[in-house]
Ligand binder design. Structure first.
Ligand code: MG
Length: 259
């Protein structure tokens, strides 16, 4: 099922996305992804998607991101496969939603897209083994790990480059049922394909990532893991439209605007 959050008449609501309409739910998105009886949470209210404003499906306390994690991306960069995941973080204030603007900071001259699969945690996870990781995953969303590449190179560490407000579009929904090991993932810039791969090309699969990260820090319900980007990363300009598509989740679309 697809869980979505939206604004209607300035009220934040949770819903079940079905084709072009949303059935309102009487619970939070985290309660919805944990629910075994979603029908009992359905309200008798339907909205057309075009009549609401979609907002980020989750408000994470942190976003833990994985660096180089696609074999085809490592090959493109002529890099050896890493022995352990390289991780970094984006702050919760970087989150933006489907159809939101990504603000191009005045301090950067190269802002890149990185289309990624995002994992959404359903419950607190600490020292989880990979074989148990599925129990802690509530679902998946498309994500764009927007990066000020020039600042990343200049600073030597990545906090500034990865952390600007709006630099983490997530959405449009959380899909709770999909095979995370075999999803086509692509990114279009102004309608033209720039990235095309499949999550089966990941170096560290999503269960291994949950184990690795939860052995470092406690993951809270709603926290997000950005699982790395496939080949084809490149720059965006003011006025561009960027779309991350994951096969069974849908399209996360954003607009690049001047600060
Ligand atoms: Mg990335």
């Amino acid at each position: 099922m697809k869980i979505i959050r939206f604004l209607k008449d300035n009220h934040e609501k949770t819903g079940l996305l079905e084709d072009d309409h949303i059935i309102e739910l009487s619970c939070s998105a985290i309660e919805a992804i944990n629910s075994k009886a979603i029908n009992k949470l359905k309200k008798n209210v339907n909205y057309k998607v075009e009549d609401v404003k979609v907002i980020p499906p989750v408000l994470p306390s942190k976003i833990v991101c994985v660096g180089l994690n696609y074999r085809d991306h490592a090959a493109e960069l002529n890099m050896e496969l890493p022995e352990e995941p390289i991780i970094f973080m984006k702050p919760p204030t970087s989150v933006s939603g489907h159809l939101d603007n990504v603000i191009y900071p005045a301090s950067s001259n190269q802002v890149d897209f990185e289309g990624e699969l995002g994992i959404v945690l359903s419950k607190e996870a600490k020292n989880v083994k990979s074989e148990d990781a599925a129990d802690y995953i509530g679902g998946y969303a498309a994500l764009n790990d927007v990066t000020a590449r020039d600042l990343q190179r200049k600073d030597g560490q990545w906090t500034r480059a990865k952390s600007f407000d709006t630099f983490c579009p997530i959405g449009p929904c959380i899909e709770t049922d999909l095979d995370p090991m075999n999803q086509n993932i692509s990114l279009k810039l102004n309608g033209e394909f720039k990235q095309k791969s499949n999550t089966k090309n990941m170096i560290f699969n999503i269960y291994e990532l949950v184990e690795f990260i939860s052995n470092i820090m406690t993951l809270k319900p709603g926290d997000v893991i950005a699982t790395g980007t496939p080949p084809g990363v490149g720059p965006m300009n003011i006025g561009d439209t960027v779309e991350v598509e994951i096969e069974e989740i849908g399209i996360l679309k954003n607009f690049i605007k001047k600060s």
